[in-house]
Unconditional design. Structure first.
Length: 155
């Protein structure tokens, strides 16, 4: 029997964007905008991206890339748990690498209006299984994604 392990971790990333909260929220709720910053990053090939942005709705993405394992196929399965427009998005998601589940997480995005700017607070509580990228790499991945979001907001 193969050895099974799990690592639990929580991390928080805070970021301010020079865009109004409605524009930041739209980058999550509009499928075309989200696809651009969330799955079309440099070094990744998108095989599939579908999203149904509503409470109980699902999002599915499949991609191959160079990180963390060159040529590996990654699958992201998300279910939106709570959505308060322009304020909060809560979602549960699992990640798989080459058909093997590597993590399960609950994430919350909080948006705070600062007039013409928005403070975004991202909190993830995750369970990372054997063979996973681990909490440090996942946090770094989200930091990179939120950097891509900044580029999307400049459009």
């Amino acid at each position: 029997m193969e050895e099974r392990s799990v690592t639990h971790s929580t991390f928080v990333i805070e970021r301010n964007y020079p865009s109004p909260v409605e524009k930041v929220y739209a980058a999550f709720s509009d499928p075309k905008k989200k696809r651009r910053w969330f799955v079309e990053g440099e070094g990744f090939n998108v095989n599939k991206f579908e999203t149904d942005f509503r409470v109980g709705g699902q999002e599915h993405s499949e991609f191959t890339g160079d990180q963390p394992v060159k040529g590996a196929k990654f699958t992201n399965e998300t279910v939106f748990q709570d959505i308060v427009p322009n304020q909060r998005i809560v979602f549960a998601y699992t990640m798989a690498m080459n058909e093997k589940r590597i993590s399960a997480s609950l994430a919350t995005i909080e948006l705070v209006s600062l007039g013409k700017e928005t403070k975004l607070v991202f909190t993830e509580q995750g369970a990372f299984f054997e063979g996973a990228d681990g909490p440090q790499m996942r946090e770094q991945g989200w930091k990179e994604l939120l950097g891509q979001l900044a580029k999307e907001l400049e459009r």
